[in-house]
Design a protein around this ligand. Structure first.
Ligand SMILES: [Zn+2]
Length: 131
């Protein structure tokens, strides 16, 4: 892929976003650490651990309930973590803030509200029918 556009954002703005993203990453990893095991073979892949409350049937039921609560949470956190990583990579590559679909700069306001955005509002709208 050839990079035709460079980000138009100021270094100060990028530095602020990068700091936010790095903090978000630490936070997400700490959250995941509480109830998942990291996959040592694949980066940023986590498995919800199966809780052990005991062997009684109500304890087993509790374990299942807890696991079923953890699993979607794990997937959500993992997805966010991947988005954060992708955004950090775009900063490193100097293409942060450029829409990946139309190559136009993404509005600063949008990036501030959602630093992991990789598409501008109009492309996102076309794709998902929502902002
Ligand atoms: Zn776009």
């Amino acid at each position: 892929m050839t990079k035709t556009k460079k980000t138009q954002l100021s270094n100060t703005f990028i530095a602020k976003i990068q700091k936010n993203l790095e903090e978000e990453k630490k936070h997400l990893e700490a959250e995941l650490d509480k109830f998942t095991k990291k996959n040592s073979h694949i980066d940023d892949d986590y498995e919800a651990t199966y809780p052990e409350y005991g062997d009684k049937s109500d304890e087993n039921a509790q374990e299942i309930t807890q696991y079923l609560t953890n699993k979607p949470l794990e997937m959500q956190l993992e997805k966010t973590l991947r988005d954060v990583d992708k955004a950090l990579k775009r900063i490193k590559d100097g293409v942060y803030g450029i829409c990946k679909y139309c190559d136009q700069p993404i509005e600063e306001k949008r990036l501030e509200a959602r630093p992991t955005s990789s598409a501008c509002v109009s492309c996102k709208k076309t794709l998902t029918q929502e902002i």
